[in-house]
Design a protein around this ligand. Structure first.
Ligand SMILES: [Zn+2]
Length: 266
């Protein structure tokens, strides 16, 4: 009986979790560790029965089976950024966090990424609208590319306007270099909790970025997500990148067509 309950809750958590998709369901139950999810799934759903999305067997080419928007949407993410083709912005948003926050945060392996959910995340203001930080998670390579190049890793800081529910994701690219202070804590505490100041994830320069309107990069691939991709990358050591990739190395969706959209930059 206990096993069945675990299986059901793990699968339910799986269905409701994932990349940028769980911010809209911030109250969703936390997922069990990935190995437990896999075991539970095998027990509960034999081959050919229920399935869930992933990056391998039920990878991006099959995500339309989980949400039509993933296959039919015209404003999907990620995209390839071509700086020479981006449109100059005539405004700059303040993308730094408004408060210097030291908060406890849970760290989970949700089956698609390592996700950190702070108790109090801080906020950003865009066009006078406040977006609260709900969670941040990592990809083993960047999802957006710049001139076709993938960065070594990326963190997606997922914010939401509490009234309109619109999402704004701030992406910070990682390149190999010196050690990142937050990443060590995250990797060593999967399944536990950490003390964190989310602002420490940001590079020095938060005033220069690429901006466009896209989607969640995981099912349900919902659109009307504001993306802010900071131009200045931060650094992580080779060891840290390797340690993260022991969890996830290919959890990035292929780039999508830009269609009628323009990428802005400043
Ligand atoms: Zn993401």
């Amino acid at each position: 009986m206990k096993k069945t309950i675990l299986a059901m809750s793990a699968v339910a958590a799986l269905l409701m979790s994932g990349c940028a998709s769980d911010e809209a369901k911030a109250t969703a139950p936390e997922a069990a560790p990935a190995h437990a999810e896999k075991a539970a799934e095998e027990t509960k759903y034999p081959v050919g029965h229920e399935k869930h999305w992933d990056y391998v067997e039920h990878g991006p080419a099959h995500w339309e089976e989980f949400s039509k928007t993933c296959g039919k949407g015209h404003h999907q993410s990620p995209v390839n950024i071509i700086p020479g083709k981006s449109v100059e912005m005539n405004h700059t948003y303040d993308l730094s966090m408004h408060e210097d926050i030291h908060t406890s945060a849970t760290v989970i392996d949700n089956g698609h990424s390592i996700k950190v959910t702070p108790k109090t995340g801080g906020s950003i203001t865009l066009h006078g609208e406040t977006f609260n930080l709900l969670q941040f998670h990592f990809h083993g390579k960047s999802e957006h590319t710049v001139n076709g190049k993938r960065y070594d890793m990326v963190v997606h800081m997922v914010h939401q306007n509490p009234e309109t529910k619109q999402l704004a994701v701030v992406a910070v690219f990682f390149k190999e270099g010196k050690e990142d202070p937050i990443l060590n804590d995250v990797i060593k505490n999967v399944g536990g909790s950490i003390e964190v100041d989310p602002q420490d994830l940001l590079p020095k320069d938060t005033a220069h970025y690429y901006h466009y309107i896209g989607s969640l990069t995981t099912p349900p691939c919902s659109e009307n997500v504001q993306w802010y991709l900071l131009k200045e990358p931060v650094e992580a050591s080779k060891e840290q990148i390797e340690a993260f990739r022991k969890y996830y190395v290919d959890n990035e969706r292929p780039v999508q067509e830009l269609n009628d959209r323009k990428v802005e930059s400043n």
